[in-house]
Design a protein around this ligand. Structure first.
Ligand code: FES
Length: 247
């Protein structure tokens, strides 16, 4: 049974909240790769932060704040260029680190990257999914998730929006443990195939904000890395970790 206070602690994921800071310490899916065209930005909201995804000239995804740091214009109207996303109002060009690109003979160095405070997060396009790391400091390497693999037999990745917070789905799916499901920190549930030939599933529930979440489902033929460790209820594991994040 979760108290109201615990529920609030585990479902508030905005910047600066204990659960939000915990979630930001893990790579999280930002979109499916096939959602992001080469020439059009894609708005996404993760943990209550409104952001915009685009691909640079090399096709690499970039994720920056959705509203231009100059006068707040929505970058959904921005133009994707070879080296960044250009705001269409006054023409500032943002690179994939959220810095404004300045060029001209008037600059001694001819080109300058100007930090104007636009938020930006590193991204990796891996096996049909664009992942981002929204934590502080340098991003760790993306773990080699064996359930995110284009080479896995019958691999499929899908995404669905749900109009309620992510926690209930995790608690219901992982508790009580029927032996075939496991919670994985901080917002995943793994479902082992029930029989040979059946498919295993991983559900990764990423809060859009405190009232909705995106459910990414990875499906494939194969085993999941279950251990024989005694099972602990998902919300207890999460609660312990979140409480450690409190000042
Ligand atoms: S509002 Fe974006 S460049 Fe001015």
């Amino acid at each position: 049974m979760i108290t109201q206070e615990e529920n609030d602690l585990l479902t508030q994921t905005g910047k600066g909240t204990p659960c939000g800071e915990l979630m930001r310490r893990y790579w999280q899916p930002a979109a499916l790769s096939n959602e992001l065209a080469a020439d059009k930005p894609l708005p996404v909201t993760i943990f209550g932060e409104e952001l915009i995804l685009f691909r640079d000239g090399a096709g690499k995804p970039a994720l920056i704040g959705r509203y231009c740091a100059h006068q707040g214009v929505d970058m959904i109207y921005g133009r994707v260029e070879g080296d960044g996303l250009r705001c269409l109002y006054h023409g500032w060009l943002f690179d994939n680190c959220g810095k404004v690109v300045l060029r001209g003979d008037w600059l001694p160095e001819k080109e300058r990257r100007w930090d104007v405070g636009q938020s930006a997060y590193p991204c990796v396009d891996a096996d049909g999914v664009i992942f981002t790391y929204m934590g502080l400091g340098e991003a760790p390497l993306l773990p080699p998730y064996e359930f995110v693999s284009l080479t896995a037999e019958n691999y499929a990745a899908t995404k669905v929006l749900h109009g309620n917070n992510y926690l209930r789905a995790i608690v219901e799916a992982a508790d009580p443990a029927p032996g075939l499901s496991r919670f994985m920190m901080p917002n995943l549930t793994l479902f082992q195939a029930a029989s040979p030939g059946a498919k295993s599933l991983v559900r990764w529930r990423v809060p859009v904000d405190d009232q909705s979440y995106l459910e990414y489902t990875f499906q494939f033929a194969g085993e999941l890395p279950f251990t024989a460790e005694p099972h602990t209820a998902a919300h207890e594991v999460l609660l312990r970790a979140v409480q450690e994040m409190r000042p």
